[in-house]
Design a protein around this ligand. Structure first.
Ligand code: KG4
Ligand code: ZN
Length: 340
């Protein structure tokens, strides 16, 4: 069978990315420009800055991906691009760029849902048995899926408010640590030995849905009680109390890990046919959470999978991967496709 090459493009939030997937060799290039440094000073992603930066980087990053894959646009069979969900201005840059390429180079065109990309990012490096349970946790999304096959999956739980990564980011900001919060909280938590000092709430224990906004409120009230927050100035006052910052980080990480464990336990009860568990998205970079979920799966006699860190955070390899099975299934889109 002829080799099929898919060019994947991703620009839904603060990463400009392009990758090439080969139906015979797997991912052969995955290039990325991360905007973290541009947004850091604001403590979060600024949409206007994000779309301007995508516009600057999308052409060189795409060239780089083709070059690293040692191929030319002419060798590509189809162009796959994220069209939903994400920041509208950012999505528009990637989508319109991909449409222009597809039109001028006369290539097949495939729109990919960013969340489907995250779900199947677990399959880039591993052969996972179906059906598997997938926890997707990033800065923008937290959801639980039952995955039946390539492109066939159902949402069985989602966050009712903040995403897990958002909780790490907001609480990191609240206690005077940097952005993005997840990796910093993990480092601080490790220094406190991953002990659950403050027993923050684990809401919705009987549901597959998540809620993380209450954690920030609980932490805020706890800080006020400890005299560590000035309610008039709306400011954390213990910037020099590293021990307190470490204890909060540790308690927060253990609480979020417990929530994930609870959801997996409940989902396994409701879906005993589950053959494996996958953990994906930016939060899946967290080694502590991964080790606890691995332990839980071992207890249940289930396989556990999580992608390498560069496929957990936003990337185009996952978009090209989904593009490949959609091309195989004949699922192409017209150039009228719009962002959603
Ligand atoms: O998937 P991603 O790159 O972008 C979105 O689609 O949102 O995820 C970024 C999120 C941020 O909220 C960041 O704090 C979180 O992933 N994150 C982590 C870790 N590394 C990144 N959260 C917990 N522990 C980490 N080590
Ligand atoms: Zn994402």
């Amino acid at each position: 069978m002829d080799e099929r090459l898919i060019l994947g493009i991703e620009s839904s939030c603060d990463e400009t990315a392009a990758a090439v997937y080969s139906s015979q060799r797997g991912i052969i290039s995955s290039e990325l420009f991360s905007q973290i440094a541009l947004h850091k000073q604001y403590g979060g992603v600024v949409p206007e800055i994000a779309s301007r930066s995508h516009l600057e980087k999308i052409t060189p990053i795409t060239h780089q991906a083709l070059e690293k894959a040692s191929c030319k646009l002419a060798d590509i069979s189809a162009i796959a691009v994220t069209y939903t969900p994400g920041l509208p201005g950012s999505l528009l840059v990637g989508l319109n760029f991909a449409k222009a390429l597809a039109y001028t180079a006369q290539k097949s065109f495939i729109g990919v849902n960013h969340l489907e990309g995250h779900i199947f990012s677990a399959c880039i490096e591993h052969k996972i048995p179906f059906p598997f349970l997938c926890i997707t946790a990033s800065g923008g999304h937290t959801a639980l899926y039952l995955v039946q096959d390539f492109g066939v999956y159902s949402l069985i739980g989602h966050t009712l408010d903040d995403a897990a990564g958002e909780a790490f980011d907001k609480i990191s900001k609240l206690i005077g640590l940097g952005y993005p919060g997840g990796p910093i909280i993990e480092t601080y938590a490790q220094q406190a030995g991953f002990v659950d000092f403050f027993k923050y709430p684990r809401p919705l224990a009987q549901s597959l849905d998540f809620s993380f906004s209450g954690l920030k409120t609980a932490i805020l009230y706890d800080l006020i009680k400890r005299g560590a927050y000035d309610t008039k100035l709306k400011e954390f006052t213990k910037h020099n109390d590293r021990t307190l910052q470490e204890q909060i980080s540790s308690s927060l990480l253990v609480a979020i890990t417990d929530v994930f464990k609870q959801k997996i336990n409940l989902a396994l009860k409701q879906h005993p046919e589950t053959a494996a568990v996958a953990f994906v998205g930016g939060v899946a970079c967290n080694k502590f959470i991964k080790s606890k979920l691995q332990e839980l799966c071992t207890e249940h006699n289930l396989l556990f999978f999580s992608p390498s860190a560069h496929y957990c955070t936003d990337n185009a390899a996952m978009i090209a991967f989904v593009g490949n099975y959609k091309a195989q299934q004949g699922l192409f889109d017209s150039l009228n496709l719009d962002i959603r």
